[in-house]
Design a protein around this ligand. Structure first.
Ligand SMILES: C[S@@+](CC[C@H](N)C(=O)[O-])C[C@H]1O[C@@H](n2cnc3c(N)ncnc32)[C@H](O)[C@@H]1O
Length: 234
């Protein structure tokens, strides 16, 4: 019998030598079977979602890209397929997920680190692009805001964002999906399915927040930009 377990974990603090606990639902057990599980719950459409998210982020040669809550690196490696040179870093609070990502999806330009999304171990404005998939619905309201703020902090001015996650259902399939079984009981997921993501991204100071491609009537890609000094509306 396969058991998945999600819960809070302790990780090393960015500043100082201590440890920090996250409130996020972090994968504790079952990482080896995550890829199969995500294929199952997306009815075989996960790869399509990752390909579209990577394309929406539009990485350019030599860009630095961060994938936040990267899990086993499924989206990270789709981004890595789009450029030959650059630096692509997937971070996740789950060491078992990072181990799987390192084993299955490391490339010369693509690496994985165990880190908290609310305390990213990178300097301000280090990245050109930030991506994320199926991550924000694991966080309570405050943590959603903190993680979006961290995403914006590590992004350079004018940098691009593509985030795929649960959204307000926009068709019958999405409404059915929303009310099925286990998923319906998760409060953080319910918040995401109330459509909070665009507001969370705007609240972090990101601009041009726009809905894009979606699957299953309830999982949507949002793109955004960190405003640049030169063109503050971009
Ligand atoms: C459903 S998985 C998505 C993984 C991957 N992005 C994908 O699309 O397959 C959500 C991931 O978020 C991670 N996570 C949850 N809270 C986190 C936090 N505070 N910081 C970093 N990662 C976190 C979990 O460990 C898990 O790997």
């Amino acid at each position: 019998m396969v058991e998945f377990e999600w819960g809070p974990v302790m990780l090393q603090e960015r500043s100082g030598g201590g440890e920090q606990e996250t409130e996020g639902a972090v994968m504790v057990r079952g990482a080896a079977l995550y890829d199969a599980a995500v294929a199952l719950v997306t009815f075989g459409r996960a790869r399509e979602l990752y390909r579209h998210t990577a394309a929406a982020a539009a990485p350019r040669e030599r860009d630095r890209v961060i994938d936040i809550g990267c899990g086993t690196g499924l989206l990270t490696c789709e981004v890595a397929k789009l450029i030959r040179e650059g630096e692509i870093v997937g971070i996740d609070a789950s060491e078992p997920m990072i181990d799987v990502a390192r084993r299955k999806r490391s490339t010369p330009i693509c690496r994985y680190e165990a880190a908290l999304a609310e305390d990213l171990p990178f300097e301000d404005e280090y990245f050109d692009v930030a991506v994320s998939s199926l991550f924000f619905h694991h966080l309570g309201p405050d943590l959603k805001e903190k993680c979006a703020a961290e995403m914006a902090r590590v992004l350079r001015r004018g940098g691009r964002v593509a985030v795929a996650d649960f959204d307000k259902a926009w068709n019958l399939f999405g409404r059915i999906y929303e009310h099925v079984g286990l998923l319906a009981e998760e409060q953080d997921l319910k918040d995401s399915m109330a459509g909070v993501l665009p507001e969370v991204l705007r609240g972090a100071g990101l601009a041009n927040v726009a809905p894009g491609y979606g699957i299953l009537g309830c999982i949507r890609i949002y793109t955004a930009r960190k405003p640049s000094d030169e063109f503050p509306w971009r």
